[in-house]
Design a protein. Structure first.
Length: 247
């Protein structure tokens, strides 16, 4: 049974488009509320809720994360940059999982995997701190042999393989090669003792192939689910994705 983590960042994106100033406040007209959406996702079968608290706070806010921590019944997966401020935030929050991601202010979304080789010391420090606190760490990396090797070496129990390049090439000639890279990455990570998650750019079409990746544990999906929910409602959007994940 493959697990589905629903990323609700883009519910907050819609809220911030109108209510940027009010979103951190205790009261006020701050629709749509990502926490309410998270609870509906759980009711529809989501196995976890994922949010990315970005340094620029462009969508999810601190208060959202605290409210999620208090209210959701499944597992909170906090995506975060490897900074001292985010490390302190996560250690105080104690989510079930953190997923370490690269972050640059200019990008529209997380565009590449974490470069564990380049940021080895930083990643090791955060992973050690999370391991000591009983928070499970996942490294969001490209399906690159060196990155996977380092992820295992640093003692992170999970990797999330970046499926963005595959998703972007889905309708083009590069698809088979990108998928082969993901397959090889999943096999290598599993052999190294890592639990294999995947995410980014997964939708209602490419899920049929993505779900066949070997050793897959969980997929984190956001944009396509929130987009579909505009037309069908979140309940249908989550239920359908769950069904496609485990036909
Ligand atoms: N996993 C990670 C680590 C991400 O950064 C993102 C995007 O925020 C996702 C999964 C979800 O990607 P998408 O919104 O394209 O489904």
């Amino acid at each position: 049974m493959l697990l589905l983590g629903v990323n609700i960042d883009h519910c907050a994106t819609v809220r911030q488009a109108r209510y940027r100033a009010a979103a951190g406040a205790e009261v006020g007209n701050v629709e749509p509320d990502p926490v309410a959406l998270a609870l509906l996702c759980e009711k529809a079968g989501a196995d976890g809720i994922t949010v990315h608290l970005r340094e620029d706070r462009r969508h999810i806010q601190d208060r959202d994360v605290h409210r999620l921590r208090e209210t959701i019944r499944t597992r909170l997966n906090l995506e975060m940059a490897c900074t001292p401020a985010m490390t302190a935030f996560a250690l105080a929050l104690k989510p079930a999982f953190v997923c370490l991601v690269p972050e640059s202010r200019e990008e529209v979304t997380t565009e590449g995997g974490l470069d564990v080789a380049q940021h080895r010391d930083k990643v090791a420090r955060v992973t050690d701190a999370m391991n000591a606190a009983g928070i499970k760490t996942s490294l969001f990396i490209d399906a690159d042999p060196r990155q996977i090797e380092l992820a295992a070496e640093l003692g992170a129990p999970f990797v999330e393989l970046h499926t963005g390049a595959y998703a972007n090439s889905f309708h083009g000639p590069g698809r088979a090669a990108e998928f082969a890279r993901l397959i090889a990455g999943a096999k290598q990570a599993h052999a190294a003792g890592l639990v294999v998650n995947a995410g980014h750019g997964i939708n209602y079409v490419n899920i049929a192939e993505v779900r066949t990746l070997p050793h897959l544990h969980e997929l984190n999906i956001g944009h396509s689910i929130v987009s579909r929910a505009l037309f069908t409602g979140i309940d249908e959007a989550v239920r359908t994705m769950k069904r496609l994940l485990n036909p």
